[in-house]
Design a protein around this ligand. Structure first.
Ligand code: GDP
Ligand code: MN
Length: 377
């Protein structure tokens, strides 16, 4: 998926006529100061970190400034941050508007209904995940006719807006709907959507573009998505590799077995983190590469769970033994193996010669690796 930074999302909002505060992006504190001094961004202003993670408001990544000097100080403080693991390289400066109320509005795809839905709540400004479910309204929309008048009135009712603000909402919903469809979005979110005077203004923008439509959007070719540096290397080597928060590394073959292995580890109280799908390969070098990549992720222990088919057990064993010779000391990890299937005997023998025992059952091997990683949670 292509997650757009707030300022890019807002460029799309502007294109579709969604009301925004006046603002501009700065990449240095001096630039921020100059924007404020020239009046390009009216004062007082808001200075916001342009990172993909949410919760910036609470996390000190949104600040206010009354003078050009304060804009510079705020920008300097934010540009120096590493926010939730992401280095801040840009700030968005915007006029600070007098907010009467903060609302929540988004359009996304509901995969179980297989329909777009409008999500609305009168409790905007905080992350929607923390809002009580009874305060959230979900309105499924038929994709062909789009939003009907009665559906828009329903949203207005939920948001508690009437008169000219409701009129503003009506137009805004049409714009947001058109944007969602024309730009191949899987999510468009405005949080907060602020009531300012007699109208509505989008103070934040979160837009995610569908991966499958990426070919229609060369304009996003340069945007990196949220891959970690190791995931980036894996992608170049065409290795399916995902880094999560746990401490057990999983190497399996095939998406099904990989997912099932994660489930079993969880079931026994383990905490799988990095996982790597060897897929179908008969090249021990590819296996070695995969192991070396896994080692760089520094898991507490690694679980090798292979069902030999196209990927034969002896191929995996050979690749593994070669990798073990190459892994630097600092990246060594305890390893539990379970290799079954095609050429199992040869594979098990190669591992045994290298001092690694293959544990035949899933339960025993899963529990062994959990113990090696420091025990169940
Ligand atoms: P997030 O926390 O990462 O979602 O960042 P937001 O863009 O939603 O900003 C967080 C909060 O900053 C908002 O909920 C507002 O309360 C406040 N904020 C942002 N822009 C303005 C503004 O123009 N005026 C005022 N008064 N507050 C703002
Ligand atoms: Mn927000």
């Amino acid at each position: 998926m292509v997650k757009l930074a707030e300022w890019r999302g807002k460029e799309l909002f502007r294109k579709y006529g969604i009301p925004l505060p006046r603002g501009q992006v700065a990449r240095t504190p001096e630039e921020a100061e100059a924007l404020a001094r020239a009046g390009t961004v009216p004062l007082p202003c808001v200075v916001k970190a342009q990172v993909l993670a949410g919760g910036r408001g609470k996390g000190g990544a949104v600040r206010f400034a009354n003078t050009p000097e304060e804009a510079k100080t705020a920008a300097a403080a934010i540009l120096g941050l590493e926010f939730k693991g992401e280095k801040v390289r840009e700030v968005l400066l915007e006029e600070k508007l007098p907010i009467a109320r903060e609302l929540y509005l988004s359009i996304t795809l509901d995969r179980s209904l297989r329909l777009p839905i409008v999500i609305s709540s009168a409790q905007g400004g905080m992350e929607i995940e923390t809002v009580d479910d009874t305060a959230i309204e979900r309105t499924p929309v038929h994709p062909f006719p789009g939003l009907a008048s009665y559906e828009k009135r329903r949203v207005a009712h939920v948001l508690g807006v009437t008169g000219p603000v409701a009129k503003s909402l009506d137009r805004l919903l049409d714009s947001l709907w058109t944007l969602f469809n024309r730009e191949d979005a899987e999510l468009v979110e405005i949080n907060p959507l602020a009531v300012v005077g007699e109208g509505l203004v989008a103070l934040d923008a979160k837009v995610i573009i569908e991966d499958d439509a990426a070919f229609r959007h060369p304009e996003y070719a340069d945007i990196r998505d949220d891959r970690t540096p190791l995931e980036e290397i894996a992608r170049e080597k065409e290795i399916a590799f995902v880094q999560l928060d746990g401490n057990i590394g999983v190497i399996a073959n095939g998406a099904g077995l990989t997912m099932a292995t994660l489930d079993v580890l969880k079931e026994f109280g383990g905490n799988p983190g990095v996982f790597l799908d060897l897929g179908g390969t008969d090249d021990p070098k590819k296996v070695t590469e995969a192991f070396l990549l896994m080692a760089r992720a520094k898991p507490r222990a690694v679980f090798l769970n292979i069902f030999g088919g196209v990927t034969r057990c002896d191929t995996v064993a050979r690749g593994l033994v070669e990798a073990m010779k190459q892994v630097p000391d600092a990246e060594r990890f305890p390893l539990v193996a379970r290799i079954r299937g095609n050429n199992e005997k040869e594979g098990v023998e190669i591992l045994r010669a290298a001092g690694i025992t293959s544990i035949p059952t899933l339960k025993d091997s899963a529990q062994a690796v959990i113990a090696a990683a420091g025990g169940a949670a």
